[in-house]
Design a protein around this ligand. Structure first.
Ligand SMILES: Cc1cc2nc3c(=O)[nH]c(=O)nc-3n(C[C@H](O)[C@H](O)[C@H](O)COP(=O)(O)OP(=O)(O)OC[C@H]3O[C@@H](n4cnc5c(N)ncnc54)[C@H](O)[C@@H]3O)c2cc1C
Length: 798
């Protein structure tokens, strides 16, 4: 039986790119198994569009890496072109919100270094004379975009991978996968194979191969078509006059893309009502075939495209390509470890697997080789979906994502499909009090409280209809007392004789003393922040940990992996317990009226108390910087506890606050948020968390790398001069016109009247003359050396 370090299942753009990058990293014993020939899944029929447009820096880097690979690196390595045409691309719009979105993405690109240009109507006319300008406001030009021949690129990657020692088995379907004594056993048509690591790169078949691995892969095949026209006279004329290829053009509002193909066009529409296909299992015998054309479905998109580019209508249709494309619930790919299964990786679910494939393979190769991703992985980590991402959810979201392929991605965007699948026990109570819900890792949680029940958030890049309600929530929490449903947090218990030793080895901080609460950051081997745990030490053999809602599976995997060798048990308590925050200067009075127990516990300590006759674990912590308690309670008791608190709170003017108010208040305290400010890219020292780093005389993963880091960045809290728009994320910070930092989170602070943002500075010595560009406009900014709200923590300790 042959044994490999890594077996990759699937020889499309994604899997082949991983093989190429592993081989280049020096891993010789890697095998790619393909049931057909290379590219014979979706890859061969892709239109080959490659872009740099992305809201998320990681996704943008995947795409930019693919372009570099196909355009420069592979042709140099093989001596052959991958058919990359640097045509450039543009997106045009009639929608003012879309212009904000373009300005936002262009702003991020100034930091990441990929040039994107905001276009006037005149510029559109100059670069795309075949388009009408009716109703257009402007657009964005992506000068380095292009299109590639996906088959040439995949074969080039395969060729170099094999030259570097990697193996490929074509026409060898994988039929079953199992794990035996810590090794993966892969049953294929041509025999049994063994591997340490196994990778699902099966694209359209990702769900089926996932089933073989015992992993729920939340991706759904959807049918997508593009049509290729015959020769277009206007293009023939253009080419004859020596003009270059037309840029690719997308109209996100009308939901189509067009690119020049020789002397004709390719037109790709994304209809609103997507057609999912083989949701419960793609037939294993399905291969490279296409579906029959179904142009009725996309007639309205075609008409809209022809109205914009009349030349499209001057010729007939040569071919229609109708094939499956996979969609995950958020349209981002699945790149990273599968939850709960060792050395089992996903590299699938991409709906743009050509433009993302080159970069995705590099990203995952780095992760497998180094034990951590090269950049923040939250947007692509498969564990952003839990077991709540069931069949109904993934189908509803795939249809929604396809229809919104070109949707505006607002900050704080909330989409309607797949909602209410997991709710807190307080859900109905919160709704009755005006809560406008947000989706947090499968669970509904209050974002803000509207004055009128049923009111919804008006999505915008600018200040919008929740600004004033959030101000009132903040007022309740800072002037009186306010309740919050914090149940979405992830919750774990660590028990056993070596609990203290385990926690001492877990991360950068020492564990707290029994009865006390501390913050521990578990690090990646490279010293970045992998997880942030609020640790309550119950006694020497028992600790209670909470962490971000979105990190439940990531943290459980980390705790489980790092518990190996310690006599401890890790239990996931996330769904057993609810949490009610009781925050504000009158919170002690309110709680005292409901408990016979003395509320004498100091800040950052915990106590078992009885509130309204209900046993709760009271943690004296506050993420919003007020006197307050988190009451951790059995789910079954949460409603009774909430009702008692609300009734007893009436004389104190009790209010409620949601996630947006919490975000505003935590920024006034400079508190970092996991997933936005705290990521694997930066160490806790770079994130300004020196107080929580105790490396002396201790050993923990990432310790030495963190301490040895050359050219560290630094996180700063900025006050920004702005009135009409608040920072959210990914705005570039400038000093004398130089992009030197990036905003990771921001909000208006209602208690201080300051608009605030946390930002990473890659030139930490520059402290003055700063500005932040938000939606295309520079706004003066200065670094706050002290947090603007209660810097002495007097309120917290009161
Ligand atoms: C009409 C259309 C146009 C598109 N245009 C673009 C575009 O312009 N740009 C872009 O980036 N993307 C585009 N896409 C999407 C793109 O085609 C896919 O995202 C991409 O090809 C996915 O690559 P992959 O490697 O993940 O999967 P695939 O190419 O599907 O490869 C998966 C491979 O796994 C193999 N496999 C499956 N099961 C097994 C098994 N049991 N054993 C062994 N092997 C197995 C399959 O045979 C297949 O070769 C388009 C898609 C469609 C349908």
């Amino acid at each position: 039986m042959s044994t490999y370090q890594v077996i990759i299942i699937g020889g499309g753009a994604m899997g082949t790119s991983l093989l190429y990058h592993l081989a280049k990293a020096g891993w010789r014993d890697c095998l790619l198994v393909e049931k057909n020939d290379l590219t014979h899944g979706s890859t061969w029929h892709a239109a080959g569009l490659c872009t740099h447009f992305a809201h998320n820096p990681t996704i943008q880097e995947l795409r930019a890496t693919s372009v570099r690979l196909y355009r420069d690196i592979l042709p140099e390595e093989t001596g052959q072109s991958c058919g990359f045409h640097r045509s450039g691309a543009m997106r045009i719009t009639r929608n003012p919100d879309r212009m904000d979105e373009f300005a936002h993405v262009a702003g991020l690109s100034e930091f990441t270094g990929y040039p994107l240009e905001i276009m006037s109507r005149e510029r559109i006319a100059e670069l795309y004379p075949l388009a009408t300008l009716d109703g257009l406001l402007g657009g964005i030009y992506e000068i380095d975009d292009g299109h590639v021949d996906p088959t040439l690129a995949t074969h080039a990657m395969a060729q170099v991978a094999q030259k570097n020692g990697a193996a490929i088995q074509r026409y060898n379907p994988v039929q079953a996968i199992r794990r035996e004594n810590g090794t993966w056993i892969v049953e294929s048509k041509n025999g049994t194979l063994r591997a340490k690591h196994i990778v699902n790169a099966a694209g359209t078949w990702g769900f089926e191969v996932g089933r073989m691995m015992g992993v729920n892969v939340p991706s759904v095949p959807v049918l997508h078509q593009y049509l290729v026209t015959d020769s277009i006279p206007a293009i023939v004329e253009r080419m004859a006059s020596g003009k270059g290829e037309l840029p690719m053009i997308r109209d996100p509002e009308e939901s189509w893309y067009v690119r020049q193909e020789r002397d004709g066009f390719i037109l790709g529409p994304y209809e609103k009502q997507a057609q999912v296909w083989s949701v419960d299992g793609v037939p294993p015998e399905f291969g490279a075939e296409l579906m029959p054309p179904d142009l009725d479905r996309v007639e309205h998109n075609i008409e809209a495209a022809m109205a914009r580019i009349p030349a499209l209508g001057t010729s007939g249709v040569k071919t229609v390509i109708n094939g499956p494309i996979t969609f995950t619930p958020d349209a981002n790919p699945l790149i990273g470890p599968a939850h709960g299964v060792e050395n089992c990786w996903l590299l699938t679910g991409s709906s743009m697997g050509v433009m993302e494939g080159g970069g995705a393979g590099k990203f995952l190769a780095h992760w497998i080789v180094n034990g951590a991703p090269p950049m923040d992985a939250l947007a692509v980590d498969p564990r952003r979906f839990g077991d709540w991402a069931d069949r109904d959810y993934r189908v509803a979201k795939a249809i929604e994502c396809f229809g919104l392929q070109f949707g505006v991605h607002y900050p704080f965007e909330e989409r309607p499909a797949g909602r209410n699948i997991r709710v807190s026990p307080l859900h109905d109570h919160m709704l009755k009090r005006g809560a406008v819900m947000g989706f947090a890792h499968g669970t509904e949680r209050p974002n803000w409280f509207a004055d009128t029940p049923g009111e919804r958030a008006r999505e915008s890049f600018r200040r919008n209809n929740w600004f004033a309600p959030v101000e009132r929530e903040v007022e309740a929490a800072s002037q009186r007392v306010a309740l919050a449903d914090l149940s979405v947090f992830s919750k774990f218990e660590v028990t056993g004789p070596e609990t203290f030793a385990f926690l001492d080895a877990l991360g950068a901080n020492r564990p707290p003393k029994p009865g006390r609460i501390g913050l521990i950051h578990a690090l990646t081997p490279a010293g970045g922040v992998a997880s942030e745990f609020t640790v309550t030490m119950r006694d020497g053999r028992h600790a209670y940990l909470t962490s971000a809602a979105a990190s439940e599976e990531i943290d459980l995997d980390l705790l489980t992996a790092r518990a190996s060798g310690f006599d401890v048990k890790i239990s996931n308590r996330t769904r057993d317990l609810a949490i009610i925050g009781v925050m504000g200067p009158r919170s002690r009075e309110l709680l005292s009226s409901l408990t016979p127990d003395a509320l004498d516990l100091p800040w950052l300590s915990a106590k078992d108390v009885t509130v309204a006759g209900i046993a709760v674990l009271a943690l004296r912590v506050s993420y919003i910087g007020e006197l307050g308690w988190e009451l951790h309670v059995a789910r079954a008791d949460a409603v009774a506890l909430f009702e008692a608190l609300e009734v007893a709170g009436k004389p104190f003017g009790v209010g409620f606050y949601g996630a947006y108010a919490a975000n505003s208040m935590r920024l006034e305290k400079g508190y970092r948020g996991w997933g936005s400010d705290l990521t694997t890219e930066r160490s806790p020292l770079e994130t300004g968390l020196r107080a929580f780093v105790k490396p002396e005389g201790r050993k923990f993963i990432g310790r030495d790398a963190m301490l040895a880091k050359a050219e560290p960045w630094d996180m700063v809290l900025l006050e920004i001069e702005t009135t009409d728009v608040d920072p959210f994320y990914s705005h570039t910070v400038f000093a004398e016109g130089r992009p030197i930092g990036v905003v990771t989170s921001g909000s208006h602070g209602h208690r201080t009247g300051k608009t605030l943002a946390l930002a990473f500075m890659r030139e930490p010595t520059v402290r003055h003359g700063l500005s932040v560009k938000i939606l295309g406009r520079s706004r003066a900014a200065h670094i706050l050396d002290e947090v603007p709200y209660d810097p002495q923590n007097l309120r917290l300790k009161s």
